[in-house]
Design a protein around this ligand. Structure first.
Ligand SMILES: Nc1ncnc2c1ncn2[C@@H]1O[C@H](COP(=O)(O)OP(=O)(O)OP(=O)(O)O)[C@@H](O)[C@H]1O
Ligand SMILES: [Mg+2]
Length: 280
């Protein structure tokens, strides 16, 4: 990662009053890439997120878990302002990406989205070559230098653990790859723009166990270089790949701390019931 592109996060240990007791102390020691501050969201009259306050640490993997419908995807989609596309949505509160407001009226949403990468449940390669899929974020930024594009393509495909499988067929369609390869291609595309934050919404749910294992290994390897927020339904996956885990329930953040702690000895009974499979 080009460090000069990403100035040191301007927020470090958040003051106690910003993050309530549901956030474990370990998070207060972390550098923060994204700070969610009193964030609420309504779909029409129905409130879906309630006063979510959470720091997302830089260079770590944070897993977001909770029963279906608790608001995980809604929260993730808020971060790159994809919920703007839904007319009925109303929000309050804010989020800050490396200190910059995400919801301030003066934010340029296109520029904001360039600072993040997002990968969805179903792989969605564009109907173009593998090469063009990967360099797409640079193309839309006007980059035309062939050597630069080739270098970024190789680096991103290596980063996504796909290079060896596709290096001899970069001009083939992205759609010609297997599901697991397509998802790694989408991860390559998501990291090619050197994002400050990578958002993954159940990236393995459409994949078989082998392809899932490869993506999990990859997420583990991307740690340190990238800041990753991943939604997953799979508890084993969350405990395998993440440093921190946030448990959400009915639109609220219930508990958020080191994954080892959340999965073995959480503070809250509701967290314990959920991670032990007693509901959800
Ligand atoms: N576009 C929308 N319009 C109205 N309500 C919505 C919309 N999208 C989501 N919701 C509702 O908001 C709530 C949270 O949905 P969300 O998709 O964020 O949950 P989730 O935690 O990601 O669930 P899952 O684990 O099933 O993916 C649900 O009650 C859902 O029905
Ligand atoms: Mg979801």
């Amino acid at each position: 990662m080009d460090a000069s592109k990403h100035p040191a996060p301007s927020i470090t240990a958040p003051p106690d009053k910003v993050y309530s007791s549901v956030v474990h102390d370990e998070l207060r020691e972390e550098k923060i890439v994204l700070s969610v501050e009193d964030y609420c969201l309504w779909y029409g009259a129905k409130q879906t997120l309630y006063d979510v306050r959470m720091p997302i640490p830089a260079g770590k993997v944070t897993a977001l878990i909770g029963p279906s419908g608790c608001g995980k995807s809604t929260l993730l989609r808020s971060i790159n302002r994809m919920n703007d596309l839904i007319d009925s949505v109303r929000i309050s509160g804010d989020m800050k990406l490396n200190g910059d407001s995400i919801f301030s009226p003066i934010v340029d949403v296109i520029q904001l989205r360039k600072r993040m990468g997002m990968v969805f449940q179903k792989p969605n390669p564009f109907p173009m070559s593998i090469f063009e899929n990967v360099v797409y974020p640079l193309r839309i930024d006007g980059e035309r230098n062939r050597a630069v594009l080739a270098e970024v393509c190789e680096r991103s495909l290596r980063g996504a653990a796909l290079w060896d499988e596709v290096k001899d067929r970069l001009q083939d369609s992205g759609l010609s790859l297997s599901g697991g390869q397509q998802q790694r291609l989408c991860i390559a595309r998501a990291i090619s723009g050197d994002p400050e934050l990578l958002l993954l919404d159940e990236p393995c749910s459409a994949l078989d166990p082998l392809a899932t294992g490869k993506i999990e290994d990859l997420i583990y390897e991307l740690r340190g270089e990238y800041s990753i927020l991943i939604v997953t339904h799979n508890m084993q996956q969350a405990s395998r790949v993440s440093d921190y885990t946030a448990f959400m329930y009915l639109g609220r953040l219930i508990e958020y701390g080191p994954s080892t702690r959340i999965f073995t000895n959480p503070h809250e009974k509701r967290t314990e019931d959920y991670v032990r499979g007693r509901f959800g």
